[in-house]
Each structure stands twice: as C-alpha cells, then as structure tokens.
Ligand binder design. Structure first.
Ligand SMILES: [Zn+2]
Length: 348
C-alpha cells in the first residue's frame, strides 16, 4: 500500500474516465461482427528479429482467420534511433515470408499533424501540463519506483515552479485502476498514478511519445485488434487511458509471450536477427515462429513454401494454445531445442 496524494481534479477526471470505459466495454459484444483490422508495427531500428517475427505471424493469423485485414505501420517516430534502410529490409523480409499486408504502409514520421491535433484535444480538456523537470530530478525525487522506472512525483502538475522553463508535456492520470482484458494474459488492472504517474506525451526533444502515437495511429486506421509482444503489456493501461480521454474505441489486446534468446534474455538486436533468409528456409522460419506460439504446424511444412505453411496456420491458429507464462515459454524453448538437435542428427 502506498500513501497517495489525492487531488480532487484527478479524482473526478478519473471517475469520468472509468464510467466511459464501462460504456465502451459493454458495447463490445455488439461489435463482434465487425471485421478484424489487425496490424504489425515494427520499429526500423534494425532488421526483423525472431521476437518481432513471432508478433508478425501471430497478428497476421489472428486477423486473416476471421477474413480481416492486416496493416503495416513503420514506427519511425524516434528518428535518432532509426537505422537507414532498416524499414526496407523489414518489408522485404515480410514479403519473402508471404506475410503480405493490406493497403498502404503508414509511416509515423509523416503523421505529426495527427499527433498534434490529439494533443490539442487533450489540452482543451485540461488534462495536460508542462513539466520542467529533468530526468535526474525525477529520479532523485521519485518517492518509489514504479513498474517501469521512477514514478513522476507530480512536481509541476499545479504549474511550473518559479524560474523553470517547460521541457515536456505530461498528462494527468487518475488514482483509479485502468482495466482491460488481454486475449492471452486475461484480466489486467493497473493504477497509473502508482505505477507510472503523470506520463509524458511530448518529450523534451520535441518528439511525440510512443504512447500517444500508437493510440492515434490505431484509432485513425480503425485497428480493432492489437497483437504484439508482452513487453508492451505494462504500457497498455496508459494507452487504454488515452483512448478513453480521446473518445476512441478500445481495441482487443492480445500480448504474445516474448521470444527469449538462449541466454534467457529477451530477443533483441543481438539475438536472432533475420538479416537475410536463405532461399528455401522461409517456411522453416515461419514453422519455428508458430511452434514458439504453442501451435502444432505439421513437420513437413518446413520443407514447403511460406504460402503453404501460412495456408495451414491461418485457419489452425489457436489462441488458447499460446503459452502464457515464462515457465511455459521456457518449456517450449527446451522442446524446440530438442527437436532442433533431433532433426540435425537426422539430416546432417
Ligand atoms: Zn515536472
């Protein structure tokens, strides 16, 4: 239990948000007949790695098995981190794997007007404030660490302290819990005030924050099913909160377990980078991603074409088979390793 400062403004704003969220939740059953609009949203900070391939395969199958569409968005908002040519490499890899997207590619770097207008909308509701704190100051004054780093202590929420210049813009968060149901991880709840505090929507370097961009992009594209890696599970409550503040519908969320490297660390640039796929290995790569997700693709699928294995995967993909816990993920990896050893013994 944390002692929390209870400010009237935030509490009443929070109540309105929770009420609206209930209304959104109760409408969901009526919208089940709406076709699924899924998406894959890689950051072009390097070539595709196995972890992002898993997210691509899962979101592709879950959109296509309902006859829905699968969109591609390049999350190149954080230009300093973008690696030239990486977006092209990712798109080439997806094409090679027959993961064909619908419609034009959306580039976040070209959408600043949309983010600006969403920010204005939040400002008009009195939800934004300017913050003059440095990272160092927040670290020093944060009363406790939240789930994702230091919790903003609220220094500037009643106005900038004298002599301070605005550095970034934050949104006020309520004391109430933000709830959503994940397709894999089930019912989730987070009190934003305790877990993260008032969070940044426009950064000190002038860039819009990922949390805002992703919500605006999904809403404007009509995305109603977000399938992605479980590393984003903890930031989903911030996104659900923004969706409510902006009057957007809440998409269905499905967080897939993270692919771990052999050292047990999350797969990143150092692990499993898919720079180029040797001809004839496309289907095997898809097979591995499906197997990682708890599916049972036929073994002979490894020797076929990517189109063939996807033709199996789309109708057969079963969300209830996706492993939920780290333990299950570790078991799958172990099984995978054994199969890899077995097949190596047979073929080589
Ligand atoms: Zn501040």
């Amino acid at each position: 239990m944390h002692g929390t400062s209870r400010e009237k403004l935030t509490r009443s704003a929070g109540r309105a948000i929770i009420t609206r969220m209930t209304a959104v939740e109760s409408n969901r059953s009526e919208s089940l007949s709406v076709p699924v609009l899924g998406r894959f949203a890689p950051s072009p900070t390097g070539p595709l790695h196995f972890g992002s391939l898993v997210a691509a395969v899962g979101s592709f199958c879950l959109a296509r098995q309902t006859g829905g569409q699968w969109l591609l968005r390049i999350e190149d908002l954080d230009q300093p981190r973008v690696v030239p040519g990486a977006a092209d490499t990712i798109m080439r890899t997806l094409e090679q794997l027959a993961l064909v997207w619908d419609g034009p590619v959306v580039w976040q770097s070209r959408r600043t007007e949309a983010y600006q207008s969403a920010l204005e909308h939040l400002r008009q509701q009195g939800l934004l404030f300017e913050c003059g704190c440095s990272r160092k100051e927040i670290l020093a004054s944060a009363p406790h660490a939240g789930e994702e780093g230091p919790v903003y202590p609220g220094t500037c929420r009643r106005g900038l302290p004298p002599g301070r210049r605005p550095r970034m813009q934050r949104i006020r968060v309520p004391e109430e819990q933000v709830c959503f149901t994940d397709g894999v991880y089930g019912a989730r709840a987070q009190c934003l005030a305790q877990a993260v505090g008032d969070f940044v929507l426009r950064r000190a370097d002038g860039l819009f924050a990922y949390q805002l961009a992703v919500v605006v992009d999904d809403a404007e594209a009509g995305v109603n099913q977000v399938v992605r890696g479980a590393d984003l599970l903890l930031s989903t409550p911030r996104q659900v909160y923004l969706q409510n503040c902006l009057g957007y519908p809440i998409p269905r969320y499905v967080h897939l377990p993270l692919a771990l490297g052999d050292d047990g660390q999350k797969i990143s640039k150092r692990h499993g980078v898919i720079e180029s796929i040797a001809a004839g290995c496309e289907a095997e790569l898809l097979w591995r991603a499906l197997f990682f997700l708890g599916q049972e693709p036929p073994k002979e699928g490894c020797g076929g074409t990517p189109e063939e294995i996807l033709a199996w995967a789309v109708p057969h993909f079963n969300l209830s088979r996706v492993p939920r816990t780290d333990r299950q993920v570790a078991d799958i990896l172990e099984k995978k390793r054994k199969i890899a050893i077995d097949s190596a013994g047979k073929t080589r």
